[in-house]
Structure formats: structure tokens, C-alpha cells
Design a protein around this ligand. Sequence first.
Ligand code: GDP
Length: 451
Amino acid sequence: MSGHTIFALASGGARAGVAVIRLSGPGAAAALTALAPGKPLADPRRAVLRALRDPATGEVLDQALVLFFPGPGSFTGEDVAEFHLHGGPAVVEGVLAALGQVAGLRPAEAGEFTRRAFLNGKLDLTQAEAIADLVAAETSEQRRQALDQAAGALGQIYEGWRARLIAAIAHVEAGIDFADEDLPEDIDRAARDALAALAGEIAAHLDDGRRGERLRAGVHLALLGRPNAGKSTLLNLLAGRDAAIVSETAGTTRDVIEVHLDLGGVPVIVADTAGLRDSADAVEREGVRRAAARADWADLKLIVLDRADWPDVPADLRALAADGRALVLVNKADLAPVETVEDLGPAPVLALSARTGAGVEVFLSVLTAKVRDLAVAGAGASAAPTRARHRHALEEARTALAAALDGWSTRGPELVAEDLRLAARAIGRITGRVDVEDLLDVIFAEFCIGK
Ligand code: GDP
């Protein structure tokens, strides 16, 4: 596929027991021989121990395990080699420098191994994205989602939809080419019904509450409330470390401080915001402005009340709790018992003490359940879109498909076929398979119209 053989340290920069250098391309086998002269090439996929030498000086650089994966049955589809070295920086540098001297080799660019795997048809674009997600995964649910997607869970859905669209295009185009021989009406109705069902599946897939995207990017949580309500104390308790400044003076949390947490396998980004109140101090006012903006787009708002503000909750805080994205915490319950704990509109209310930890376990279990509900689909649910890119393409496909269905019997087959082609292309862009015309040939060959 590509003339150059690429190489890179695959195991990251940190000093470790073992470092892995990976090579891919037509020169992979020659590079192995260049660094281990006089030794036979390792049997495919069998690890062998080799003394690696600098090809210019003959100096031994390391005793390393060497593997060879002949194409096309390799990750990239090309010949691939791996050196499993001792992980010290001098060893890694020495072997990288030695490889740089071998003709036809060059350092890989970011993502280039996976890019070659895609170009060689070893995986589709959703699987390539999933490999990046798997490497970035920090929580168990992120790992699960990335692994499913890497196995093709998402790509298969889209490829199935695209195949159905292409079958429909074939049907409509047959109507164009053989207009004088009228296709039977029930065939036409079946084709239209099948597309209506597909439109329903796409709509249901899009209507997932953005769970997949949230799980990938993290659920955003905003801590809101009056200065001194105990937001920073609560955040520190959540984070298990001193992440925000806790102070006796009101208005010290002036910027938005973020802490990343793992709640029930879901990544959560908690933002501690400046206390919401009118302030004469310009810097603090800016902090309050940012807090309000944060509240607007947070997935979940934690409204922290000093127990003195319960149950007569100030109107601005009451308003923040009104939209179903809030959880109200009545803090400092250690100072005096919190009387009746009832919901504030749609927002559940919990009493706790960030200082003593009383009530925090219950709060964490409620919060974890909410966060999982936002980011994790129920058992048995099919794979969800994980990037805005998927969503945009699906919306484009949905619009084009709706236009095709609306104009099915009025707009003429040429325009209907064109809308269907737009829908198929939009979905094909998600997986990177856009060879609509090729598939059309296959389907036309099988499409019986009685000739
Ligand atoms: P913030 O301005 O909302 O971030 O409030 P802080 O977390 O800085 O807390 C303000 C003050 O309230 C500090 O002196 C905290 O120690 C105190 N505080 C926070 N939570 C509690 C609590 O549950 N009980 C009591 N008694 N004091 C608390």
C-alpha cells in the first residue's frame, strides 16, 4: 500500500521494564535482518531472542525479543515487526537511531499505524476511533464502550443501514431504467416500508440522550451555591484531596476549578464555581458569571445550600433547581438537624455534612446512579454514537431519508434516488466506506426485474 516502512516507540515515553518499538511496511523484515545480522528471520508470530546491533558500528544495543507478523494477517495489513526492548531511554534511543539509518525506513506520524490499517481495510473509521478511545480510556465503562466499538459494534450497525439504503437505491433506479415496465406495486410498497423502518431505527439511535458521547468525554457536574455554603469542602471530600481552596472568607473560589472523578465507572468532571451572589469585586463578578455559564451547560447541577437557607430557599437557587438537571444538598447538617427533607420541584434533596461526612455515602450512591443514567445505556442496548461526527452524519442521513420518503410518489424516482444516495453517503462517511457505486454494481447484478 505504501512505499515507506514506518517505525515508532509504541509503549510511551516513561521508563519501564519493557519498551516496544513497532515497524510496519514492506521493509519490516529487512530492518529485522539489518539489526540482527546473520540471524534467520523469526518464524511468523513467534518471539525470538536476538542481540540487536547498530548496523554502522556493530555495537550491541540490547538483547531483545523480536517478533514478525507477515502481512496481510497483521494489524496494519502490511509486514509488521516488533522489538521488545529493555525499557531504558538509552536502549530505546539507540535502537530508534539504528532504525533511522536503515534505508526505506522513517519515523511514523501520529496515528499512522492505525491509518494504514484503515487504508488496508483491516478496520473501519469507527474502529480506528475506538482504538484511540481505548488508549485514552480512564474508567471501566469507557473501556467497555471502546472495546465494543473496536470490535465493530457501531460500524456494523452503520454498514447494515448503508446496505439497506443501497438496496433501496437499486430498487428506485430500476424504476427509472424500466419505467415502461412498471414494477409491481407491492414491491414498491415493501421498499418504502423498509425505508420507513430504517428511518425509525436511525431516529431511535439518535435519541439516546447522547450517552455514548458523554461516556467518552465525561459527565460535567457543576457545584453551585452561595459563598460559604461548603462547595469547596464538598469537592475536596469527593476528590479525596485538597483540590480547591477552602476558606473562612466568603468569595475565595473565584475561578472554576475542575476535578476529575471516576463514579461507578463513568468519568465525571466536577467544576467548583464561584459562589453565586452580587459582588462589587470585578474579579469575583467574573467568577460568578463563569459559574452561571457553567450551570447552563452542565449535565448535572449540584446545588449546595447552607442549612440556614433550608427550607426557605432563595429564589435564584430555587430557579436553578427547576429544570430536572439538579440535585440539592443541604449542607452543614452537623450544626443542627435538618428538618423535613423533601424534593425541591423536580430536584431530589439530600441533607449531609461535608465536614463530618454524615450523609455523604447516600449522596454518593444517588449521584452515581444519576451519572450512570446519563452516560451508560441499559443492559442489552445496542452501541451508541460516541462522537459529534457520528451524530452530524446521522442527522444528515435522517434528513435526506425523510425527504426521500416524503417525495416517494410525488417527486419522481430520480430525485428520490438522489436523496437516498445522500443518505447512504452520509452514513458511509461514518465508517469511511463511501464506495456506493461499487456496491450498486453488486446489487444490480442480483436485482431481478424479470429480464
Ligand atoms: P464555598 O465557598 O461554598 O466553597 O464554601 P467552603 O467549602 O469554602 O466552606 C465555607 C466554610 O464552611 C468553611 O469554613 C468550611 O469549613 C465550612 N463548612 C463546609 N462544610 C461544612 C459542614 O458540613 N459543616 C460545618 N459545620 N461547616 C462546614
